[in-house]
Ligand binder design. Structure first.
Ligand SMILES: Cc1cc2nc3c(=O)[nH]c(=O)nc-3n(C[C@H](O)[C@H](O)[C@H](O)COP(=O)(O)OP(=O)(O)OC[C@H]3O[C@@H](n4cnc5c(N)ncnc54)[C@H](O)[C@@H]3O)c2cc1C
Length: 682
């Protein structure tokens, strides 16, 4: 059997570390360098805002100057602006046009659109500021509107009201068969499939580029798995396991759509990525890398529960970019800077299309879609109003942000306005990697520069070693769980603990521990990437986020334990060493291979909460991916995929079923197109 593509994994992983990107680019799973706004952080420190608040890309904004339209082009990484081009060439030569260089320098230095401007060129300066604001808004994933303000949510009313758009303001009409909203993971797969089938469709995207690709996707009995000799999955067992994991709240027929159709989805994806001009190689996670140590109880099969996860993460171009090129090569285009404002229905209740708004100039476009609309707008993790009101538990245990700012739930709200039903249960993707300083609680802090004025307090997107099953204790120094669990278990267990955070402790032999623990999935990055943990320990110690000490007592002091809590902490470490010596966890039943000694200095400790990746609470759908109304009846003409689709994940995201989120997103995207185009029997 072919081994996991460890070489490729290491290559990109190391490159990511070297470039400081640390694996956010790698996977779902590890965006160590991204983060949300820190409490009290300033919005405009030299050319950067709060870390992790921007969608990397190049954005263009325009505004009317004194005699021309001035253009500002800004390039962002996830932490701030890296390049600015100011085009004021149409302005008065000796004033506005000459001010371009100075305005560019001011924008780079300010780290915001608020600059002094150039005296004598006030109008041009103001236009440049306005255009730069537009770039910032796009980079934050906000739909930029000028004429009618899209409701963006409210502290007490996340849903808001459907915008009432004056007919006279709709200055353009497009006719198509299928309208796809969102050029992300679901939308781009749908567009590529529709293009391959020569369908008549339009795809709109609020931003000026396609969304980041999520590389790892789950498939069942794919051609790649067959090629590698992997035994077929027991589908009945998988269905039952997923249903159990969702507390029975999913629609098993919807889950079956992914189970039964993900192999065909993979054939479609691989058909493009493995053909000319790309010829990429598919990686399948299998063998030891899909297998937990024998004594762990993660699942009965001891495998990365039977989902077969594939990726093209080592390929030169990410999947969404390839799909964009593919779609364009077939004569289609993506309408960027075009945001969904609302859906339109006829008197029978059928969704007939939508009204979109240009994020460039605010004008409205009616898109009539004869065969239907597919919404693929992502979830609501980037919208604090929706998070607080729909997912108070997830919100209260989160310390760090790995989500994209574009995930504001706009698609969910538009679907509900059109009569669709939102599942009742929140289902956040929470990874136990939200590093914070001693004394910081989980939950939002004030952050004026962030959408909704709130952000999570962590300054590190994901501290990957947080998922290692080392000793974890609460603020009283007490152990409170078997630490060998799925990613979100520690975070959810912390809901029962003070501050909703916990400390993780290990000693100098952490490298041996990590090898023995042999966690799989993305937490294995700590094992795979040479020197990653060592360099992070050093970096985060310097930032006051990792505590290092020569004795356990000194570590207790640095971690903030005082009085009786310090005594308890020291006693807990001693007891943990005792359990290790016995090779039996009498207290919580953790498997012996996941116990560790804490005896060799230096000792390390850190405080953790959850890092939030995305929300998976979505619009209830049928097994054909059609949106359902409050009576669980399908809404004609409206299809949903991705993070904004429901009926599947409830309460949690089972991280041991790697790639299921993206796998079902791609599968449902294709299913929706097939349904609308009549390519299969309904
Ligand atoms: C850092 C990270 C890594 C992840 N990695 C993995 C992984 O490896 N494997 C896995 O299974 N899952 C992963 N996930 C989860 C995965 O991203 C999602 O489950 C899923 O793939 C998202 O697809 P989507 O199409 O629903 O949303 P997205 O890919 O987020 O796309 C939504 C698009 O809609 C656009 N949009 C939103 N509102 C509007 C509007 N009003 N008008 C027009 N456009 C709009 C957005 O700008 C965006 O481009 C990861 C998540 C994160 C945050």
């Amino acid at each position: 059997m072919k081994k996991i593509s460890r070489k490729n994994f290491l290559r990109i992983a190391s490159a990511a570390v070297l470039s400081g990107v640390t694996a956010g680019a790698l996977s779902a799973c590890n965006s160590a360098s991204s983060s949300s706004a820190a409490a009290g952080s300033t919005a405009s420190s030299a050319a950067s805002g709060a870390a992790g608040q921007y969608i990397p890309g190049t954005y263009e904004g325009t505004a009317e100057g004194i005699s021309s339209t001035v253009k500002v082009t800004m390039t962002f990484n996830e932490n701030g602006v890296t390049d600015v081009v100011v085009d004021t060439s149409g302005e008065t030569a000796s004033y506005g046009a000459a001010a371009a260089d100075e305005l560019k320098e001011q924008l780079l230095a300010a780290g915001s659109a608020e600059i002094d401007g150039v005296s004598g060129s006030t109008v041009t300066s103001e236009a440049v500021m306005k255009a730069a604001k537009n770039c910032y808004a796009q980079a934050r994933g906000e739909a930029v509107v000028t004429s009618v303000q899209l409701p963006t949510g409210d502290e007490n009313d996340w849903l808001g009201k459907e915008p009432d758009i004056d007919e006279a303001a709709i200055t353009e009409t497009w006719e198509t068969d299928i309208a796809i909203v969102g050029a992300g993971n679901g939308g781009m797969c749908a567009a590529a499939f529709a293009a391959q089938n020569g369908l008549n469709f339009r795809i709109i995207e609020q931003n000026s580029s396609v969304m980041e690709t999520r590389h790892w996707y789950g498939t069942i009995d794919s051609s790649e798995a067959k090629k590698q000799g992997v035994a077929p999955v027991d589908r009945a067992e998988l269905l039952s396991e997923i249903s159990r994991s969702m507390g029975g709240r999913c629609d098993q027929r919807v889950v079956k759509t992914w189970i039964n159709e993900s192999a065909a989805m993979h054939d479609f994806v691989s058909g493009i990525l493995e053909s000319e001009p790309y010829n990429y190689t598919c990686n399948l996670t299998l063998g030891d890398e899909a297998k937990w140590p024998d004594d762990t109880q993660i699942s009965q099969t001891k495998l990365m529960f039977p989902v077969q996860q594939v990726d093209y993460s080592s390929a030169e171009k990410p999947r969404n970019q390839v799909f964009q090129e593919y779609v364009e090569s077939l004569g289609y285009s993506i309408d960027f800077n075009t945001a969904l404002a609302k859906l339109e229905k006829d008197s029978s209740g059928r969704v007939t299309g939508l009204i979109a708004q240009s994020t460039d100039d605010g004008h409205f476009i009616r898109i009539n879609a004869a065969k239907g609309v597919l919404l693929a707008c992502g979830g609501y993790a980037g919208n604090p109003y929706m998070m607080e009101q729909l997912d108070p538990l997830g919100t209260s245990v989160t310390t760090a942000c790995s989500y994209t700012p574009a995930d504001k739930g706009y698609g969910i709200r538009a679907a509900i306005w059109a009569g669709a039903h939102l599942d009742a249960e929140a289902a956040p993707v929470l990874f136990d990697r939200g590093l914070v300083a001693p004394g910081v609680n989980a939950g939002y802090v004030e952050s004026p520069s962030s959408f909704g004025g709130k952000a999570f307090p962590g300054t590190v997107g994901q501290y990957n070693p947080g998922s290692q099953p080392w000793l974890k204790v609460n603020r009283h120094g007490e152990r409170f769980m078997n630490e060998s669990q799925e990613y979100d278990n520690a975070s959810h267990a912390a809901f029962q603990q003070p501050g909703h955070v916990y400390a993780m402790i290990h000693d100098a032999n952490f490298r041996e521990d990590v090898d023995r623990f042999h966690t799989i999935g993305c937490s294995a990055l700590t094992r795979y990437i040479p020197g990653m943990m060592e360099s992070q320990l050093e970096q985060y110690e310097a930032e006051g986020l990792i505590m290092k000490a020569d004795t356990i007592e000194e570590l207790a002091d640095k971690m903030g334990f005082t009085g009786a809590d310090k005594d308890t902490f020291v006693a807990t470490v001693a007891r943990y060493n005792e359990l290790y010596d016995m090779q039996k966890d009498e207290d919580f039943g953790k498997p012996a291979s996941r116990l560790s000694a804490i005896r060799t200095a230096p000792f390390y400790g850190c405080w953790l909460g959850a890092s939030l990746l995305c929300s998976l609470q979505g619009i209830s759908i049928t097994e054909n991916c059609q949106a359902k109304d409050d009576n669980n009846e399908p809404i004609p003409g409206l299809y949903i995929t991705g993070d904004m689709s429901g009926s599947f994940f409830q309460n949690n995201y089972p991280c041991v079923m790697g790639g299921t989120a993206c796998g079902r997103t791609l599968t449902f995207a294709i299913k929706s197109i097939k349904q609308m185009a009549g390519l299969e029997n309904a």
